[in-house]
Design a protein around this ligand. Structure first.
Ligand SMILES: [Zn+2]
Length: 280
């Protein structure tokens, strides 16, 4: 195993990310079930993200002087443009998360290209910066996605689950850094719940203690092995009061360790690009 060299002699790197899906992921779920109307209560769960979750998370990150990344679908950036600007002005990274948050594997090559282009345009227009990274909506890729990302000069993708540390992917168009994660480090897996439509997210809601134990254990093991750790959260899920406290305890634990680099995905991908990381 190759040990990654993180800045300032840090033994481990931690990356906090938020997929800011708002209502669009719920709207897509309704459509997938053939429901053409916008059920107000279902969509309101997503609206919790911009109304309560993002502001609470921004205050928390600010209190701890931690920079994170928000992956924002283009339609969400358009609808919540002021919040998107607030996120960028607080020096957090803004990443690409599709335009309509449609699973790329369900799109034609032309439509997928259009989603990439429109997402870049709206994020660049609002934040003044071109997004450097991409996380696939619905955590799925088409056979064209990685080529498209390289063609449009993305530095990294963060959707795969095959390694511990970041690594370089060779695509038909060049190379891309992959920042992998694991399902159990995604808050949706533990807390995602919905009553309607049925058969989507009705597995129950986990105890905060259980999830906190999983995340703390993963951090401690990654620290011991000198790895990087990617945490995937959603403002509508982790932005509620008690889970924000859970995140705060997690940040405290990481900071208490001392030699840990808490960094944005583009910062981590840049280190890996410069080091020619091969996955370690
Ligand atoms: Zn998403």
């Amino acid at each position: 195993m190759i040990e990654m060299k993180w800045p300032n002699g840090a033994k481990c790197a931690v990356c906090l990310t938020f997929d800011f899906d708002a209502e669009i992921s719920w709207r897509n779920i309704l459509r997938r079930h053939g429901i053409e109307r916008d059920n107000p209560v279902v969509l309101s769960q997503g609206r919790y993200g911009p109304q309560e979750g993002v502001p609470r998370i921004l205050r928390l990150l600010n209190r701890h002087d931690v920079k994170a990344c928000f992956f924002i679908p283009g339609v969400v950036a358009e609808e919540y443009s002021e919040l998107t600007v607030d996120i960028a002005e607080a020096a957090h990274e803004v990443g690409h998360h599709g335009y309509t948050h449609t699973n790329p594997a369900r799109l034609s090559p032309d439509d997928e290209r259009d989603e990439i282009v429109r997402g870049i345009e709206i994020l660049e227009d609002l934040t003044g910066r071109r997004p450097m990274g991409y996380r696939a909506p619905a955590t799925d890729l088409s056979e064209h996605t990685l080529d498209l990302l390289t063609e449009f000069d993305f530095l990294y993708d963060s959707s795969m689950m095959d390694r511990d540390n970041p690594y370089i992917i060779a695509t038909g168009q060049g190379t891309l850094i992959e920042l992998p994660f694991k399902w159990y480090m995604d808050d949706w897996v533990h807390f995602g719940f919905n009553y309607f439509p049925p058969l989507e997210y009705q597995s129950g809601v986990s105890s905060h203690r259980k999830v906190s134990d999983i995340w703390m254990d993963e951090f401690e093991a990654c620290y011991e092995e000198g790895l990087y750790l990617m945490v995937v959260m959603h403002p509508q899920i982790t932005g509620v009061p008690s889970r924000a406290k859970m995140l705060e305890r997690f940040i405290h634990r990481i900071k208490e360790q001392g030699d840990v680099w808490i960094a944005t995905p583009s910062e981590i991908a840049t280190v890996c690009r410069n080091a020619g990381a091969d996955g370690g």
